[in-house]
Design a protein around this ligand. Structure first.
Ligand SMILES: N[C@@H](CCC(=O)N[C@@H](CS)C(=O)NCC(=O)O)C(=O)O
Length: 227
């Protein structure tokens, strides 16, 4: 088997893939991408991911990008790990894809508007963009909140990669003053996630990446924007 390498950066959605790799029980290396140096847009990294984004995963001699694709690959490659629910119809399968795309295509864009609004609108409009992001996010946090009334995880009693994705969304906006306390079941979900060894190991990997960036003077925390 070839070496498995996850290209990521601390705090990014690369955490989703890291958690799922840990849940799969894989031995893998995490390689930090230095955003402050523009390494994600460098020709060398763009050979891995032409879109210039993390995560990218080298596995089985291929490079995979997009969390949804990485999750679906790992779930299919390691069926015994039950990373996603088993399906028996095409419609059930499509529903799982829809759930993961809800995270990547609906929630993630709102996360960035809440967390780094200045990147979209400039510092003068950042508060307005953040507020609009928060207002829009409330509908989806309520959707997750209602769903979690049915069980501890998105798919009821069975943990899945979907929970890793939701956790990253929650954590990212919690750290940007989104009012997560209005969604107590989602809060409990996040705290349950933090008990999982896979999550703890993924967070330790991020700590090591952060330490490396700090040692190089390349750590970055976006300034807080108030609404
Ligand atoms: N849909 C992609 C999103 C990837 C993405 O936007 N990654 C961010 C970090 S959370 C990134 O690399 N941003 C750098 C940039 O856009 O310049 C996925 O799920 O993998």
């Amino acid at each position: 088997m070839t070496e498995t390498i996850l290209y990521s950066a601390p705090g990014t959605c690369g955490r989703v893939s890291a958690i799922v790799l840990e849940e799969a029980g894989l031995t893998f290396e995490t390689r930090v991408i230095r955003f402050l140096k523009g390494e994600h847009k460098s020709p060398a990294f763009k050979e891995k991911n032409p879109k210039g984004k993390v995560p990218a995963l080298e596995i089985d001699g291929a490079v995979l990008t997009e969390n949804v694709a990485i999750i679906r690959y790992l779930a299919a490659r390691f069926p015994e790990k039950a990373l996603l629910p088993k399906t028996s119809t095409l419609a059930e399968d499509a529903e799982i894809t829809a759930d993961l795309c809800f995270c990547s295509a609906t929630l993630h864009p709102l996360v960035t508007r809440i967390r780094i609004p200045q990147f979209f609108a400039g510092p003068e409009n950042a508060s307005v963009v953040k507020k609009m992001g928060c207002d829009a996010m409330r509908e989806y946090f309520q959707l997750v909140e209602d769903r979690l009334a049915e069980g501890p995880w998105w798919y009821g009693d069975a943990w899945s990669a979907m929970d890793a994705y939701l956790y990253w969304v929650f954590w990212r906006v919690e750290g940007a003053d989104f009012p997560v306390k209005d969604y107590p079941r989602f809060c409990d979900h996040a705290r349950r996630m933090e008990q999982r060894p896979s999550v703890q190991r993924a967070l330790e990997r991020e700590d090591r990446m952060t330490a490396q960036l700090e040692s190089e003077g390349l750590a970055f925390t976006p300034p807080r924007v108030s609404t």
